[in-house]
Design a binder for this molecule. Structure first.
Ligand code: PEP
Ligand code: MN
Length: 428
């Protein structure tokens, strides 16, 4: 957590946030919770994805539209291949605060405080930019509202209309090795839509729009708390800055402030589970966050790494199953597979990401549990941040378009490829 140099300024920013309108409603939150309950029972699959860290500079029409397009295309692949509805959850409209492994960063002999996300300080490597500024929370709220507003307008305006999936095309991938496979699928969906509408004798309005939900890591408690409101009609407290907050691996301590905060809100919540978590700790966490086993309330996002998942995950699955606890399991194949290249880039290998997802499906099947979704870091931009994939990006390619401020993201093609391999794996 950042230490703000000016406590009065922090209090003033929180006071202002408390007067501002929320970004989502309790009704939407409860609807998502029901969908997550369905995913827990195998009737839906969850696709959660977006930037590692959103940035204020990227709050623009192009970036938001492209990210929405990728997620829509991926969900189309998943719906078509898995034959279940997909719960679409963006990592956006609030993903502005980052946990860091180190408090400081050293470049060319100079040491400064780490960048902690645009909601806290600036990414520029200057002493001034790195001072935590509480006014950034106000700006983050505004950017999140703009993002939500634009996403809602696009969807309400028919952007996600299944009658026109060609609108979601991203020009630069026409040359993609996967373009033909994707195109074929879009055509077969088009045929199915026309067939059903011919049978029904009318246009099916339900195909005109989709539901889209938001999520972010609830790290910066001064922000989260100021947007937590009591909703009399729904009988309880809700974090109304997002539908689906999660706690990161570094702040998931049982006796920590973040778990205590989550205990008191009625949103569906998720917790990242890393390789050091024991079965005992996990069961106690479940007791605290979901004492009554409410369906859809608690999601566990495991992020073990391709080399550790086979050893670390099964004992946890087994313990939770044996205790009769009901949770939704999701795999984050990104955060256990981060490495640095010789030329100093933080990256991830597509092969490791793929390997972790494939193992996750198998390990759940062997344990008698169910993998109900995936959590990915991705973007709709043509970046080169992760190695490999169909175009076999190399360390040299990373120099071309490496733009993330924190973790490396799958680009559009790599993301679509992941959706296709999930279908192949689950279909198998
Ligand atoms: C993240 O999701 O960007 C993140 C930091 O994940 P984790 O807490 O799993 O390391
Ligand atoms: Mn990340």
């Amino acid at each position: 957590m950042p230490v703000y140099p000016d406590a009065a300024a922090l209090a003033a920013a929180q006071d202002e946030l408390r007067t501002l309108p929320p970004l989502v409603t309790s009704r939407e939150i409860l609807a998502l919770r029901q969908q997550l309950a369905d995913a827990q029972d195998g009737r839906r699959f969850v696709l959660q994805g977006g930037d590692c860290a959103e940035s204020f500079a990227d709050c623009n029409a192009g970036v938001i539209t492209n990210r929405l397009k990728v997620l829509l295309q991926m969900s189309l692949v998943l719906v078509h291949g898995l034959k279940v509805p997909v719960v679409r959850v963006g990592r956006f409209a609030g993903q502005y605060a980052k946990p860091r492994s180190a408090d400081t960063e050293t470049r060319d002999g100079q040491t400064l405080p780490s960048y902690r996300g645009d909601m806290v300080n600036g990414p520029e490597f200057t002493a001034a930019a790195r001072v935590p500024d509480p006014r950034r929370m106000i700006k983050a709220h505004a950017r999140s509202a703009m993002t939500m507003n634009f996403v809602r307008s696009l969807i309400d305006g028919g952007f996600a209309d299944l009658h026109h999936p060609e609108y979601w095309g991203l020009g630069w991938v026409e040359q993609s090795p996967h373009a033909a496979e994707y195109q074929k699928m879009v055509e077969s969906i088009g045929d199915a839509v026309r067939f059903m509408e011919t049978l029904a004798g009318r246009t099916m309005q339900s195909l005109n729009r989709v539901e889209f939900y938001t999520s972010h890591e609830a790290l910066l408690l001064p922000y989260e708390e100021a947007l937590t409101r009591q909703v009399p009609r729904a009988d309880g407290w809700f974090n109304l800055s997002t539908h689906f907050p999660w706690i990161g691996m570094r702040t998931a301590a049982l006796d920590g402030a973040h778990v205590e905060y989550f205990r008191g809100i009625r949103n569906p919540v998720a917790v990242k589970i890393g390789p050091s978590v024991t079965a005992d700790q996990l069961l106690r966490l479940i007791d605290v966050l979901n004492p009554d086993d409410e369906p859809g309330r608690l999601t566990l996002i495991h992020r073990m790494g391709a080399s550790q998942i086979a050893e670390r995950l099964p004992p946890l699955l087994e313990a939770v199953r044996r205790a009769g606890r009901r949770v939704l399991w999701i795999c984050d194949p990104m955060h256990g597979n981060t490495e640095s290249t010789h030329n100093g880039y933080k990256t991830r290998r597509f092969e490791n990401i793929r390997h972790e997802i494939e193992q996750a499906f198998d390990l759940h099947a062997a344990a008698g549990t169910r993998l109900g979704g995936v959590h990915l870091e991705l973007t709709g931009e043509n970046v080169t941040e992760c190695l490999g994939g169909a175009r076999e990006l190399t360390e040299i390619d990373l120099q071309r378009a490496y733009r993330t401020t924190v973790d490396p993201r799958l680009n559009y093609e790599q993301a679509l490829e992941i959706a296709m391999l999930i279908v192949r794996k689950r279909g198998a």
